[in-house]
Design a protein around this ligand. Sequence first.
Ligand SMILES: *[C@@H]1O[C@H](CO)[C@@H](O)[C@H](O)[C@H]1NC(C)=O
Length: 370
Amino acid sequence: MFRLCLLAAGAAAISTDAIVDDAETLRSALSHLKLDVRASELARLKEAPNLVKLLATARDDPHTLAAQLAASPLAAIAREVAPPTNTRDVTGALPIVTAHGMGDSCFNAGMKSVTAAAGKRVGAYAVCVPTADTTVGDTIDGFLKNMDRSVDAFAERVRKDPKLKNGFNALGLSQGNNVIRGYIAKYNDPPVRTFLSICGCNAGVAAWPQCSPAGKLIGPVCRALAEVLGDLAYLKVVQDILFQANYYRDPLRLKDDAYLSNSRLAHWNGESHANATWRANFLRTEKFVWVEGTRDTVVFPRDGEHWAAPDPADPWKGVQPMKQTAWYTSDAFGLRTADDQGKHAFESFAGQHIDFTDEELFGWLDKYFT
Ligand SMILES: *[C@@H]1O[C@H](CO)[C@@H](O)[C@H](O)[C@H]1NC(C)=O
């Protein structure tokens, strides 16, 4: 397994003028995102011309950026699920909230069908909660609205929906699970009762192998990630911008100051310090269902979907099972206590990333949401 960050980014050398231009573009693109950026960090972004270009595209031509995200090899777009024939009509079933993956949006046919089918199967109100009002905005947010800001936007919408006020069950696909997990840690009011995490990257990803299957980077999004998810990954500015940088967990940098101080995932998983509030919120959820695709090549290592971590002794080959990981033994965010309380369930399906069958989905819904 090679790491994307070891590859040459393939970015053409840029002239001094272009750097100045890019810095200006960047400054205005960042002001558009409403971020405060230190000058020294802004300068470092000169090393990331492809990211700067995508930031400019977000500002000037968001439709194009949304299309690039949806077409990128990183995209995890739900396919359409057929409405279940076998349904329940129960009053009082808990509502369901769904959250989508990278490149996808609540307004796409796949997420609409997953959400409608889940609600129909269980006999409950079901809603996909976006972080923006349009397909384009919601798609771009899965890239340029970092995990914390996405969680805040998600929480605001959840709290505005009166049907959710007594709590709900949550179903996430791919990185949508980071949004739900962040909501659980930081808000959980109204509470998530059962969290069904399908192919989630809450344990992080150590590499993006699908970006360069034959050693060649595919498309503008992968080129941008390749240059950013190396030395720059744990700069504050990069963590403030990029959702994928937030869950990129380089197994060789886990002791670095930059990782421990700035990585959102390190904070959430208690690798730098434990947060008692987040831990207490996590433990208010009654059931966690962690679903792994046994042929998933998008989340690396895929065992992370079950909270395993790359083995520090041999990060590219071996994994530590959940119970051996530091985030479990330290219990920094409640993973071990939740286990002691019998809250974890582990499921798997023989398929690629989020490529479960309708029957598998309905099986999990019947088992955990009714
Ligand atoms: C802990 O969580 C609280 C509540 O979300 C937050 O305000 C605070 O910044 C967090 N502290 C740290 C050190 O992460």
